[in-house]
Design a protein around this ligand. Structure first.
Ligand code: GAR
Length: 201
């Protein structure tokens, strides 16, 4: 299946997707970043994947940025759009257009800790468990139907950095698994419910 990956930063999830692409029937057509300095663009170039940097600061509005993003994505006619650490809020027009084929990874056990600084917030809240969620993207920020989660224990003396590191290890494995379900046409979004093999998740 043809796919586009959107990133904003380091791209460690992107790297895991690149490393596993063949095994999960994914053909990464291009990597797009809103941040031209994102290290993930270097990772994509090293793998000979076309890259696009679309700087959101060059646009007057979110709508105009999203239109440009959408035009770039549509050149490739992808079956899946993968948000792998893409740190922009998307307009409802954009999310509607790709509904059912756009996945996001979020570093918390949703619905807990939507938004930013999830690791510190989990520590501050005294959580004993934290983790990662992968969900279909809908208009609601970090609120689309959850597909899969992976948990880690919060341990004594954890910092946001130490916790993030353990969560990232889970992220890399879980995202590849979920993308594979999608490329095998086993994963669907039906009436705002995520299903795997026609069973609600
Ligand atoms: C990951 O932890 C991902 O879950 C998070 O950004 C990080 C990107 O790391 N995404 C979000 O916070 C989205 N709301 P990476 O660039 O090394 O893959």
């Amino acid at each position: 299946m043809k796919g586009i990956v959107l990133i904003s930063g380091s791209g460690s999830n992107l790297q895991s997707i690149i490393d596993n692409a063949k095994n999960i029937d994914l053909d990464i057509q291009a990597v797009i970043s809103n941040n031209k300095d994102a290290y993930g663009l270097t990772r994509a170039q090293a793998a000979n994947i076309p890259t696009h940097a679309i700087d959101h600061k060059q646009f007057f509005s979110r709508e105009e940025f999203d239109q440009s993003l959408s035009q770039t994505i549509d050149q490739y006619n992808p079956g899946i759009v993968i948000l792998a650490g893409f740190m922009r809020i998307l307009t409802p027009e954009f999310t509607k257009k790709y509904e059912g084929k756009m996945l996001n990874i979020h570093p918390s056990l949703l619905p807990k800790f939507q938004g930013l600084n999830t690791h510190q917030r989990a520590i501050d809240a005294g959580e004993s468990e934290h983790g990662v969620s992968i969900h279909f993207v809908t208009a609601e920020l970090d609120g689309g139907p959850v597909i899969a989660q992976s948990k880690v224990k919060v341990i004594k003396n954890d910092t946001a950095e130490s916790l993030a590191k353990r969560v990232l290890t889970e992220e890399h494995q879980l995202f590849v698994q979920v993308i594979h379900w999608f490329t095998q046409n086993r994963l669907k979004l039906n009436n705002n419910i995520a299903t795997l093999d026609n069973k609600a998740l």
